[in-house]
Design a protein around this ligand. Structure first.
Ligand SMILES: Cc1cc2nc3c(=O)[nH]c(=O)nc-3n(C[C@H](O)[C@H](O)[C@H](O)COP(=O)(O)OP(=O)(O)OC[C@H]3O[C@@H](n4cnc5c(N)ncnc54)[C@H](O)[C@@H]3O)c2cc1C
Length: 452
């Protein structure tokens, strides 16, 4: 997390900062001497960042006095760095009291001109369920003396500028879910080959095999999703709005789907370990404690799903989603895919269901019944995650099927696991979409009208 945040912070300065800011801040961040943070959250402003109260008062010399309290700041203070570069969202005098009134400021822990304290005080370290190696701090700006900052980007462009960092951090959440799931799977596989019950290693019991295969298929599926999305960044260098739109569409899926499923894999890993999974001895419970936060920070998964459906699909009139569908259809109808007839037919039916759900959402939007869309966005994000991952695993299975020919025994076995992953994913994960789809389409319950 420490280098990830620093890198994302540097990218903001490189993309939105002035030449002077780039020169002043980035060399020591590149070398690892200084670390970066992102400071959005306050006690009354979590998902609703626009409600924040931190102020930035101009001093007339290009600098601003920053005053306010940020909470839950990852890498907020540590001995790893000789200086911290905080990117702080704050409101200038008279700014609109919402997200459109936010501006972004660079506020160092120690002032660059004389190395003296800039009065950024860590007043609390959060006690967390997991990620204990990451210091999560409450930071006070301008309370123990003046904290000076300088604006980065234009006034009121704070959210857009901060999104450079947030989008990167969201993809990192996806990587967190995926990488921890893959490691949890490998450790669990090893445990299952060693633990004996009923005179057999538990890996031989069919129910344990089911859990392991499910874990492997989703973990590798998430990896395929993250790699596919990262590769789009390379394609984006060649230009083209369509690639940018595809990245924007897939970012909330990477973040929310991989963090949610990463947590599910961690829970399944504990189940395979039996009672030892619930105890700390084997360290497997740590995965569940560590992954869970990825469903909450960088915009909760609820917020991701709202962004996915309302902005990335409905506001875009489904254009990016349709283009992705075209790519999928091309692979599904390819001659090499036809040996997986059961699976490609299941994917095809899911694509039809996706169209029905989107038609349903569009109908509700036309009638301004937004609450009924918003109560289902989470399910549709999970639905879409399952769909996209099944397609990417199909591509892997097609490739593996070709590569198997003439391969040596070890390689052939590995390629076979890729084919199995695809089939298992369709059987155990993609089929859950029928439930999501029924829940969205077949009930007319309006949650906002129900008593709680
Ligand atoms: C370990 C850790 C590290 C963190 N690191 C940082 C950091 O480095 N920088 C930083 O600025 N922040 C950081 N955060 C804060 C984190 O981003 C917030 O906790 C998160 O955005 C949610 O805000 P909240 O906790 O106030 O929850 P709330 O916003 O109160 O949300 C509570 C629940 O309500 C739901 N909800 C709220 N509004 C809506 C809506 N409009 N539609 C649907 N559902 C909604 C949420 O999905 C959630 O389920 C960190 C938090 C933790 C725990």
């Amino acid at each position: 997390m420490y280098p990830g945040l620093s890198k994302a912070c540097m990218n903001v300065i490189l993309k939105a900062g002035s030449e002077k800011q780039k020169e002043m801040f980035t060399p020591k961040m590149f070398s690892g001497e200084w670390g970066g943070t992102m400071c959005l959250t306050e006690s009354g402003a979590g998902s609703d960042v626009g409600a924040l109260k931190t102020t930035a008062t101009p001093m007339g010399d290009g600098r601003y006095k920053i005053k306010g309290v940020k909470i839950f700041i990852s890498s907020g203070e540590s001995d790893l760095y000789t200086n911290n570069v905080h990117l702080v969202l704050a409101k200038t005098p008279g700014a609109p009291d919402n997200a459109k009134g936010l501006s972004l400021f660079i506020v160092p822990r120690f002032r660059l001109e004389d190395g003296k304290t800039n009065n950024v005080v860590c007043s609390k370290v959060e006690h967390k369920m997991g990620i204990h190696a990451s210091a999560t701090c409450e930071l006070q700006f301008g309370n123990a003396g003046e904290s000076y900052g300088e604006m980065i980007g234009k006034e009121f462009d704070g959210m857009a500028t901060m999104f450079i960092m947030m989008n990167e951090a969201r993809l990192l959440c996806g990587m967190q879910g995926e990488s921890q799931a893959n490691l949890a799977y490998l450790l669990t596989l090893q445990y299952a080959t060693e633990r004996v019950q009923f005179a057999n290693e538990i890996i031989k019991h069919p129910d344990v095999r089911r859990m392991l295969l499910k874990m492997r298929s989703i973990s590798r599926g998430m990896r395929a999703l993250n790699f596919y999305t990262m590769n789009l960044f390379d394609e984006a260098h060649k230009g083209g709005a369509a690639v940018q739109d595809e990245i924007a569409l897939l970012t909330p899926i990477c973040k929310a789907f991989c963090s949610e499923e990463g947590f599910n894999v961690a829970v399944e890993a504990m189940q395979v370990h039996g009672g030892y999974g619930f105890c700390t001895e084997y360290g497997i419970e740590q995965f569940a404690r560590d992954i869970k936060i990825a469903t909450i920070y960088e915009g909760t998964n609820g917020i991701q799903s709202v962004d996915f459906v309302m902005r990335k699909i409905l506001k875009d009139q489904g254009k990016a989603f349709s283009l992705l569908g075209e790519k999928m259809r091309k692979d599904l109808t390819s001659p090499e895919a036809q040996i997986f007839s059961v699976e490609i037919s299941t994917i095809g039916k899911n694509m039809e269901q996706a169209q029905k759900i989107l038609g349903h959402f569009a109908g509700l939007a036309a009638k301004k019944q937004f609450d009924q869309i918003l109560q289902s966005t989470n399910y549709f994000l999970q639905f879409s995650g399952n769909l996209v991952v099944s397609w990417l695993l199909l591509r892997g299975a097609i490739l593996a099927n070709k590569s198997k020919i003439g391969a040596n025994k070890d390689d052939a076995q590995y390629y076979q696991t890729k084919i199995d992953d695809f089939k298992i994913f369709c059987q155990h994960h993609l089929t859950r979409n029928s439930g999501h789809s029924l829940s969205i389409l077949n009930f007319d319950n309006v949650y906002s009208g129900m008593e709680l």
